[in-house]
Write a protein of this length. Sequence first.
Lengths: 302, 296
Amino acid sequence: MQYQRGRWSRVIEFLIEWLIRISGISAILFVFGIFFFVFKEGAGFLVTKWKPIEFFTSVEWYPTSLSNKRYGILAIIAGSASVTLLAMMIAIPFSLGAAVFISEFCAPKLKEVLKVLIEFLAAIPSVVWGFIGLMIMNPLIIKIFNAPIGLNVLNGGIILALMSIPIIVSISEDALKAVPDSYREAAIALGVTKWQMIYRVLIPAAKNGLLAGGLLGVGRSIGETMAVLLATGHAVQIPNGPLDSVRTLTATIAAELGETEQGADHWQVLFIIGIFLFSITFVINLIAYLVVKGIRIQAGDS
Amino acid sequence: MHPFQETIHSKSRQRKETYIKGLFCCMTIAIIIPLILIIGYMLHEASPVLSADFLLKAPERGMKAGGIWPALLGTIYLVMMSLIVAAPIGVMAAIYLNEYAGDNWLTRTVNLAVINLAGVPSIVHALFGLGAFVLFAGMGKSILAASLTLAVMTLPVIITSTKESLAAVPMAFREACWNVGATKWQTIRRVVIPNSISGMLTGFILEVSRAAGETAPIMFTGAVFYKAVEEGNLFAYNLTDQCMALSMHLFTISTQVPGVPEAIPFATAIVLLGTVLVINAFSIAFRIYLRSRKRW
């Protein structure tokens, strides 16, 4: 006698498989959805009144001026760029050093402990980082550098560096781990020291992964909101040095959106900044994805 | 001369290696130390007000005294709602990616989309939530809109970890099941999911910790500065209400309210940080436990 499945169980199976397919592409829908809805809110201004040249080249950000409202985001871009640059100058060397140490030098037990601690570092919420910038770093910077205010590029840069280190370390460590052991053995057999092996063999072999780690770190820093909102001060200006206060793209949206009237020009401009931010991180993530895919293709060839 | 004897040259190379190892070790320590110092300092500053009462009482006198109960409860609501929405979608998406999808352009696009979704700045998620849920879908600023925004934001966490745990189930398990005549879905339901459920749970725990800490996405979609709720009542909020949240509360009392005694924001920060770290510790301990029991 042949076992026959009931009609219902086949219908249910059919429905569930379709639900799975739809959920499968949900990530694509959400990415488009994000672009669409952010674009939709800013579209009115973008089409009729937006002056791209002024928007990107003017440092005059006076969205609430009564007589002459001006929306130039150059100084804000400079704010984001300066904080991110400083953060990466700190984070990349430290992350690479830590990744090499964790992957190549330390004992297996210690390795587990360090990885867990770095995971903890990654878990600290951004508003807590911002709070640390505001309450701990701020007085420290004032004291050490004799600065009038401790909420500046330096403060934001250090905070962002600490925030992006975990992601760079974990991706770099993965990249180093992915280098086949035969490479290491071949190098050691030639009589090189461990450092020569790392410098001449591992790093060149893992360079795509290391690059991807750095890129994702940049993406994380540019997109970070609460920490920089609290830690960089609120001055819209092009910074002359690390002790100047700045305002980043993300912080501008977070600080001003609550105080604008829904649908007003200012509101729409903030959504345009949102589209700009979305585009930047999209491109950075795309490049990182392609770079990582490059590794897979290479590995597949050999 | 003995052929393997150390020369001056090789000695200097060895020395260099020691220095470099030391340098890298210091760099690693330099990353870890701030974590410990900061937590220690914050605990010290927070100690005067940190107590069970602080967790269970509402803020008093314009947030200058009292506890954080409404914020704590709000965070629980937001996190649970976002998990309820994100978990099924994320798990099904991961099942699609791992079990159904072939190696084609659609799969690559989905993978790229997941990476991008994870990389979208939180403030852009906030703009999306405001545009899509609050305004377009007409939910208004509410727990519902805020937790949906959080769900979209944390979806990649669930997709990535579920995909990993599904991929860890050996192919032979599936083949054995297919060979006795089971359909694809029966195999997934009876064999693949039971064998990867614990890995999925770690993903859920991570989602919870991530959602609990986020501030920007809920700022404009449902979190408010202050809302009075009944102390000790777990069902004090409605889904259409606005709510307070721990992260938002920390931001508010450290920037918007003048004259708050320093211990209160420190204690709020410690509660938020402690919650997130404890949840993470759970997830890590669970992962280590699972690895130790893995039989294949």
